[in-house]
Write a protein that binds this ligand. Structure first.
Ligand code: AMP
Length: 232
């Protein structure tokens, strides 16, 4: 499966923090041959490089709060203006507010009009499952993730891929996870209705195995509505 040559394909992954969007995004990106664009990763790169944007974003990220819309939107639009996104892209962690979704739609409408295929894939996972997953999640500096119980590294505390030490991301600490979940409920969950209203939402149970989630998402893409119904 790959993006059609004429219509730009935009795949949006929606779901609470820790629902598995990053894992699925990597697989979908390979299957669809579309670049994986994660605003969380872009912010982490800025943070690591110590750019002014990274320093600003850090204040919010470390508290489990959303970074203000204008900062996110500018950064995302810069990223998707690059050549590798010309046939489309897969968004992971964006949009996270209705204002972000509206900005994206306005950009795509202005760019492509009817000629962009958009689909929002919604990973549904209960809060209790999110809390349990976050409590065991470990990551390395390069962003590979593991789970103490569900997906342990071969050698305890060491990344299989890079050999770096594993640690718990600040935003996986229990108080931060609670804050991120309440931000999700208040600001991002309304996007489910937003995309449902546009006829482009497909919801998948995110509590099953990563492979089963992936198959569910592929099923959504196969049933993707045509441009006419998506814009109706
Ligand atoms: P993620 O890795 O997608 O969970 O993102 C990590 C953190 O980056 C979030 O908790 C937010 O602080 C920030 N962030 C990432 N994407 C967005 C976005 N679209 N809007 C606002 N903040 C974001």
């Amino acid at each position: 499966m790959s993006a059609s040559s004429s219509a730009r394909q935009i795949v949006i992954l929606l779901g609470p923090p820790g629902a598995g969007k990053g894992t699925q995004a990597k697989r979908l990106s390979a299957a669809l041959d579309l670049p994986h664009v994660s605003t969380g990763d872009l912010f982490r790169e800025h943070k690591a490089e110590g750019t002014p944007l990274g320093l600003k974003a850090k204040e919010y990220m470390d508290q489990g709060e959303l970074v203000p819309d204008d900062l996110v939107i500018d950064m995302l639009f810069d990223r998707v203006a690059r050549e590798d996104c010309s046939k489309g892209y897969l968004l992971d962690g964006f949009p996270r507010t209705v204002a972000q979704a509206e900005a994206l739609d306005a950009r795509l409408d202005a760019q492509d009009g009817e000629d962009s295929r958009r689909i929002a894939l919604h990973l549904e996972v209960a809060d209790s499952v999110i809390v349990e997953r976050a409590a065991g999640r470990l990551t390395c500096e390069s962003g590979h993730t593991y789970h103490k119980t569900f997906n342990p590294p071969k050698v305890e505390g060491i990344c299989d891929v890079t050999g770096e030490k594993l640690f718990r991301r600040k935003d996986d600490e229990p108080d931060v996870v609670q804050k991120r979940l309440s931000e999700y409920t208040a600001k991002t969950a309304p996007l489910v209705e937003y995309y449902e209203g546009r006829g482009i939402l497909c919801t998948v149970n995110g509590e099953v195995s990563p492979e089963d989630v992936f198959q569910g998402l592929l099923g959504c893409l196969e049933m993707q509505p045509t441009n006419e119904s998506a814009h109706g």
